[in-house]
Design a binder for this molecule. Structure first.
Ligand SMILES: Nc1ncnc2c1ncn2[C@@H]1O[C@H](COP(=O)(O)OP(=O)(O)OP(=O)(O)O)[C@@H](O)[C@H]1O
Length: 799
């Protein structure tokens, strides 16, 4: 751990150095100086190249004596100019290299004028290609000239001519030139066609378009059948020639006539007209966010881990008994029993239809007119008895269908693998904020819900019925769809075994309190602190939303991505936070109200700011799932429970007691109740996923929640006796005053202390009026401005 901390501190230091380095280059004067440097170098090159062409022969022999002061060269930029030019022109690309300083010249100009240089990218690309091509072309055209193509041009030509011959070389040059024009000017066949419109008009002009009087009628039919036109032309070639003359004559006459009429009929006085110029408003300030987006692109939160790879579906298992096996005999048998049982009670059936799901089959019955629904509902037990099966559920009527449903468990249930639901089109193409593939419905359809819309989820069920698998399925769905920058989990696992595997992805996906070692919380005290810390985070996020004039996290992040929110004002990209509590009953039993209050607060308010709760319990009693909890968790999942009362406690209706276990579940979304088979994900699969992610590059630490110090841990007794002060009190005071930042984590870092001791020191500093009171997510205010005031204060205390 210590090692990890050290390396994270080191990484943070490196990051800081990098930032300082970058900020140096962002300074205006450095920017300008760099621009001038590039610009000057370009001019230097142009002049030395130019001079080289005139004097290269005289200078060439002197190049070997670069350090010899007694020798001079003719190049107007001295030995350096001659050497560089020799390198670029003689040894390099010949005269074609002149393109290079020109590009450099414009780059320097762009930097000086603060125009984004990336706009020149295209020119650089084509420029470099141009240098190579031109060098080859000049070498081809003037093979005996020493400078035209440079060594590279000659060598390349030579090489090509060995394999393609001189003609092949020429063809290759022409071909590459054409290729360049096609890509540079984006020439397409349709563009080429559009270059010859004039000709086509004349082609399509037929004699039929001309009246006896010689006027052109209608529009010119561009798309008329060419063959007809062609035939016509062939047949009446002579006639057409005269027709074309006629058209021209007629047009000329028409023009003359028009001119005549205007001049004869309306002799215009020599009027002059003053034309007022349209006002062109100047835009004083360009929209800053647009400019930023144009310059840097939209903010991408994923760029901190740009190479992060999502786990592949292949890491998950498929199962042999995954496909539903339709057993016709079983279906027929069940149908007959249902019909028989109902007829025994004088209930006639008009039609019956079966829908086969992974674990249960739904028989939909349309009863004969006049049958009372309650009568069928009452026969639940009798039908179960006749079918000799557990887990029969009667839905009378099926909402919105006008039929009665009888769900009968399959003799050979099939497993719904996590692989199959995650690979489903529905999940893969879902545009939800936090999509969760829970399992499959009775009609074998993948059931995907948006946690962001739920907005919280309560999961309950007797022990061993599939809760933990369900939680893993939820977490896996989110991990398969969301980048670590977009979602963070806060995991609470009092049982200490269920969620341990997720430890491996701590620095990718988990969030924790600062100064805690383990991200997965197993201790009740820490749970209380974490919940309160989440409340602070919630308040902080609401402040940010208010400042940004948006209503929810989605709009906020959207605005942040478009660079409309300034990070210097405290704005930041907000990841979704999913709080998962396995075994809620355990917490309520040990901490009661202390847990319930922040949970209720979070559940009531946190939806808009992206904190979502998933709470699981195996004890669905009313003192665990209280009224407050129930009111704030409209989406509830019930796995199999042992009594109707438990089912009512969870779902407000019965049914969960008739489930068959092993992931068979009912999900209530407030308005409707759906039976699902939960997707199955085994521990080794979770291990593979976490292993895969854990082995990738991660953030330096888990996502840190705001600091919250519980009352008991720090002991807020502010009248701390001076004699009881920590031996490091004075040193701590100095650290705080020098840094002007009152935080326990600063003390921890600087004085290498544990969390508790640093917290106690902060309390003592508060008692001594050196730091202000606790202010939630913000660091405490430092009340002493400088070391001198601190020394005076401490001295006065001693007296
Ligand atoms: N969706 C599922 N498909 C098939 N089998 C399942 C499914 N969910 C659970 N099971 C079976 O049920 C067993 C118990 O599941 P799980 O551990 O999730 O129960 P639980 O409710 O969390 O129990 P506990 O409360 O004791 O932790 C699993 O080991 C598995 O064999």
């Amino acid at each position: 751990m210590a090692k990890r901390k050290k390396s994270s501190v080191k990484a943070a230091g490196q990051e800081k150095n990098k930032k300082n380095f970058l900020s140096f280059f962002k300074r205006q004067e450095v920017h300008l100086a760099f621009g001038v440097l590039v610009f000057s170098f370009a001019i230097f090159l142009i002049l030395s190249f130019y001079s080289f062409i005139n004097h290269w022969k005289q200078d060439q022999s002197q190049l070997g004596n670069f350090t010899d002061k007694s020798t001079t060269v003719e190049n107007m930029l001295g030995k350096s100019g001659a050497s560089i030019s020799h390198f670029f022109i003689y040894d390099g690309f010949g005269l074609a290299i002149f393109i290079f300083p020109v590009l450099l010249f414009f780059t320097g100009l762009y930097i000086i004028l603060n125009i984004p240089v990336h706009k020149l990218r295209k020119y650089w690309f084509h420029g470099v290609l141009g240098v190579i091509w031109l060098s080859c072309a000049l070498a081809y055209l003037f093979p005996s000239s020493d400078l035209s193509g440079g060594k590279i041009g000659y060598e390349v030509n030579d090489y090509i001519q060995i394999y393609l011959g001189k003609t092949g070389d020429l063809l290759l040059l022409i071909f590459t030139l054409l290729l360049f024009f096609i890509t540079y000017f984006k020439i397409t066949p349709s563009k080429i066609k559009s270059w010859i419109p004039e000709k086509r008009v004349n082609e399509n002009l037929t004699t039929e378009d001309i009246t006896d009087e010689g006027f052109i009628i209608g529009t010119i039919h561009e798309n008329e059948d060419k063959s007809v036109d062609f035939n016509l032309k062939k047949k009446e070639k002579a006639e057409e020639l005269s027709t074309q003359e006629l058209v021209l004559n007629t047009l000329a006459e028409e023009k003359d006539n028009r001119l005549k009429t205007t001049t004869e009929e309306e002799p215009q006085p020599n009027l002059t007209m003053e034309v007022e110029k349209p006002i062109s408003e100047e835009q004083v300030v360009d929209n800053l966010s647009n400019k930023l987006v144009e310059e840097f692109g939209e903010f991408d939160p994923k760029l901190d881990l740009p190479k992060f790879q999502f786990p592949s579906i292949e890491l998950l298992n498929g199962y042999n008994n995954e496909n539903i096996q339709i057993n016709k005999e079983e279906l027929e048998e069940n149908k007959n029993t249902i019909v028989e049982t109902l007829s025994n009670y004088n209930i006639g059936i008009e039609s019956i239809k079966a829908t086969i799901g992974p674990t249960v089959t739904l028989y939909e019955i349309v009863p004969k007119a006049g049958v009372r629904i309650s009568k069928i509902k009452n026969l639940e037990d009798d039908i179960a008895l006749s079918l000799a099966a557990l887990g029969i559920r009667i839905i009378a009527p099926i909402p919105g269908k006008g039929t009665i449903g009888i769900e009968v468990p399959n003799k050979n249930p099939s497993v719904v693998s996590m692989k199959s639901v995650l690979a489903s089109q529905k999940f893969q193409s879902s545009k939800m904020e936090l999509p969760i593939a829970l399992g499959k419905t009775i009609s074998n359809e993948t059931y995907v819900v948006d946690l962001a819309k739920m907005p919280h989820l309560l999961m309950a069920g007797a022990t061993g019925q599939g809760k933990s698998v369900g939680l893993n399925a939820v977490l896996a769905s989110l991990i398969y769809k969301k980048h670590p920058a977009e979602v963070k989990f806060v995991l609470v696992d009092p049982k200490k075994v269920e969620l341990t595997l997720f430890n491996k992805i701590e620095r990718h996906y988990l969030a924790k309190l600062p100064d805690t070692e383990e991200a997965i919380i197993t201790d009740t005290k820490k749970v209380i602190n974490t919940l309160n810390s989440l409340c602070i985070e919630m308040d902080h996020r609401y402040d940010l939303l208010k400042m940004a004039f948006v209503r929810n996290i989605k709009e906020y992040n959207e605005k942040f991505k478009q660079r409309k929110l300034n990070p210097e004002n405290g704005h930041q990209y907000l990841p979704y936070i999913v709080l998962v509590i396995d075994e809620f009953a355990d917490l309520i039993m040990t901490a009661g109200k202390e847990i319930e209050a922040p949970i209720a607060r979070l559940a009531q308010l946190a939806r808009a700011i992206g904190i979502h709760l998933i709470v699981a319990t195996q004890r669905p009693s009313v003192n665990v799932i209280t009224g407050i909890i129930k009111a704030n968790f409209p989406t509830r999942i019930a796995f199999r429970v042992t009594s109707k009362i438990d089912s009512r406690t969870i779902l407000d209706s019965q049914g969960a007691d008739q489930l068959i276990g092993k992931g068979d579940m009912l999900i209530s979304t407030g308005s409707e109740l759906t039976r699902l088979q939960c997707a199955f994900i085994d521990t080794p699969e979770v291990e593979k996923i976490t292993e895969f992610i854990g082995s990738q590059k991660a953030y330096p630490d888990a996502h840190l929640l705001p600091e919250y110090s519980g009352d008991d841990e720090l002991g807020t007794n502010l009248d701390i006796d001076i004699s009881e002060r920590d031996p490091l009190f004075e040193e701590a005071a100095k650290v705080i005053v020098i840094a002007q930042q009152g935080s326990a984590s600063l003390l921890q870092r600087k004085l290498k202390l544990g969390y508790n001791r640093a917290g106690r020191l902060i309390d003592q500093l508060e008692a001594a009026n050196i730091v202000g009171p606790f202010e939630g997510s913000k660091a405490r205010q430092v009340l002493v401005n400088d070391m001198l005031s601190l020394e005076t204060l401490l001295a006065s205390e001693q007296q």
